[in-house]
Structures are given as C-alpha cells and as structure tokens.
Design a binder for this molecule. Structure first.
Ligand code: FAD
Length: 318
C-alpha cells in the first residue's frame, strides 16, 4: 500500500516508521531481523531501506604501488527490501539515488521494484563519494533529485526512455523526497532550499521525510515555511536518538545540523556511552511527544543497526 494511503487512513493517529541500512556485503538477513524484530510490535506503516553508492579505496599491491578499487560495502537495497516485505508483510520504501546511476540503470532499478510489487520509493540525489568535493552525476545520469523524480513520474505515466515500447505499463509508485529543516549543506539559505524542494513536489513527489533534527522548533519553522511556499503534501519528521559521545561532533559535521545547547550540556555530564544512549532515548521521547501533539502524520526513526533505543522510545509514545 502507498504511504499516502496509510496516512489518509490513519484517523488522528500518528503512525510509526523507521529506516535501516542493508547488511554489509557478506552478511545474511540476521542483522536486518535484529533491527526489525524489536520494532515490529509497533506496527510500522513502512520500513525504509537506504541506498549506498560505491566507494573508492586504494589497496597496496605486492610491488608497493597503490591500486584504485571501487567497492560497495552495502549492496542489495532492492533485494533486502523485497525480503523484508515478504517476510514481515509490511510496506517497504527502498531509497534510490542519482549518484552512480545512468538514467537507463535507474529505469531498470525501477522496473525491478515494480515487478516486486513495491509501492513506495524515496528518491534522493546521494552524496559525493568520499574524497570528492562536489557531487558529480554519472555521465548520462540524473544531476538533482528533481530529475530522478521526473523520471519516476514519467514511468508512473507509462513513459519509458525508449519511445517505441508497445503498450508500456504505468508503474504507480508513491514517491517521497528529502527535506532539510536546517537547510541542505550546499544551499545558500533555507528559502532557496525550500524552493528546490517545492520543485520536487510540483514534479509529482507525494511526501517529504526530513533530515534528523534535535530541536522541534527547527521542524516547526521548516513546516511553516513549506506551507507558506505552497507545499501541501505530508511532511514526516525524521528523528535519530543520540547514542554515542562521538556523535556530538560527527552528526553536525556529517549532516550539517545543530545540536541544542541543553542536549550537549547533559551529554557532557554522562560518563559513558550507556548513559549517552539513555539520554538520547529520553530526548527523543520528549521530541516525539511534542511532534505527536502537533499532529504529524508519521514519526520516522533513523536506526543505524541496533534498535533497542527506538524500541524504548516507541514503547513510551505509541
Ligand atoms: P537535491 O534535492 O538534488 O538537492 C541537493 C542540493 O541541490 C540542495 O542544496 C538543493 O537546494 C540544491 N538544488 C536542487 N535543485 C537545484 C537546482 N535546480 N539548481 C541549483 N541547486 C539545486 N543518501 C544516500 O546516499 N542514500 C540514502 O539512502 C539516503 N537517504 C536519505 C533519506 C533522507 C530522509 C534524507 C534527508 C537524506 C538521505 N540521503 C541519502 C542523503 C542525501 O542523498 C543527501 O542529503 C544529498 O546531499 C542531497 O539529496 P537530495 O535528494 O536532498 O538532493
């Protein structure tokens, strides 16, 4: 079922969803089950599966020279999404990115998802491969998430890259896109970023999932600015519970977000990561309660593997 249908049928209830990473290459389904099993009792409307592009690494050869290799540590987004859907009878949202894909490869990936009966997709640009300063599209690939949305919307109308296909089937995906309450790192300001977000909605995306944030005021400001800009689709807040001391600097650096002073002060009083993890749970429970009170349609949680902390939050708020 489409996520927008889940939202339309929810009544007053805020729905629960979460996101996980596909297993590392060489692992089996166990790590995925370990993330999902503790959360399935909360009846997720959808489970998102992230997409991970290739990385470039340099391996030293026997002759001392460095060999450049392209590797993908977490392949299998499409396969694991289908495995989750069929094992748990739950809707899944595989992510698809521009980076590393030609438009033809994108089309083929969308055809795989269509054949697997997957109704929802989250379309994003992807980041630069490590070591590259700016995003470089694949030759013949999409440059912005907007172009990826347009391609998927075309397929929803039965328009494929080859014009001479006889009786092409429309795919019918429900398309989500990313939004940034504290603006995307490359954007000159929030208003410009929201204009680009609106272009993705005007092109046919049906909902927005936000980047993580730790201060609900940032989300409410963003939501208001989106509505004022004429964006009327559901906006789903994304929450990540703080879980290690290292994240105090890693999260702002990686995701270009602020951590509130009060949260940082409390984290500095913690003597180990067990205490930080508990603080992260309590903070996210407070955030969740405030967001539910404001009537958000879905609360979306970022899990990075272990989901015991999200289980504690879900127990407290759902
Ligand atoms: P875009 O919408 O293309 O925007 C990128 C930048 O370009 C923004 O600054 C925007 O304002 C600007 N821009 C857009 N259009 C134009 C234009 N026409 N002219 C000039 N500037 C423009 N990454 C992954 O690799 N895999 C994942 O699975 C993944 N999942 C994510 C899920 C969520 C909910 C979020 C919030 C992010 C996710 N990301 C993921 C990260 C994402 O790929 C990065 O944040 C990426 O840098 C931007 O993606 P986007 O889709 O927002 O890009």
């Amino acid at each position: 079922m489409k996520l927008t249908e889940h939202i339309a049928n929810r009544g007053e209830r805020t729905l629960f969803s979460f996101e996980l990473l596909p297993p590392l290459k060489g692992e089996n389904f166990d790590s995925t089950s370990q993330t999902i099993d503790p959360l399935i009792e909360f009846d997720p409307c959808c489970i998102d599966v992230t997409y991970h592009r290739e990385e470039i690494i340099y391996k030293e050869r026997a002759d001392g020279l460095l060999e450049r290799r392209t590797i993908r540590k977490r392949p299998g987004t499409v396969g694991i999404s289908a495995a989750i859907k069929f094992k748990y009878n739950v809707d899944v949202v595989p992510h698809l990115i521009c980076g590393g894909f030609t438009r033809e490869e994108t089309e083929n990936a969308l055809i795989d998802l269509y054949f697997l009966g997957i109704d929802n997709i989250l379309l994003i640009r992807g980041d630069n491969p490590a070591g590259e300063k700016s995003f470089r599209p694949e030759p013949g690939g999409n440059r912005y998430a907007l172009e990826l949305v347009k391609q998927a919307v075309d397929m929803n109308r039965g328009v494929y890259l080859e014009e001479d296909i006889i009786n092409p089937n429309p795919t019918g995906f429900c398309i989500g896109v990313a939004g940034y309450p504290e603006k995307h790192a490359e954007s000159p300001n929030l208003a410009t970023d929201i204009q680009h977000l609106k272009e993705k909605i005007d092109a046919g995306a049906s909902y927005i999932v936000t980047q993580m944030f730790f201060d609900n005021a940032a989300f409410f400001r963003f939501e208001k600015a989106c509505r004022e800009a004429g964006i009327s689709v559901p906006i789903i807040p994304g929450l990540k519970p703080l879980s290690t001391r290292a994240q105090l600097s890693a999260l702002p650096r990686t995701f270009s977000i602020d951590l509130p002073e009060d949260l940082v002060k409390e984290a500095e009083k913690c003597t180990d990561n067990r205490q930080i993890r508990q603080l992260g749970v309590e903070w996210a429970i407070e955030q969740s309660r405030g967001l539910i009170r404001s009537g958000v349609p879905v609360l979306h949680f970022y899990s990075m593997g272990k989901s015991d902390n999200i289980q504690q939050i879900a127990r407290a708020v759902f």
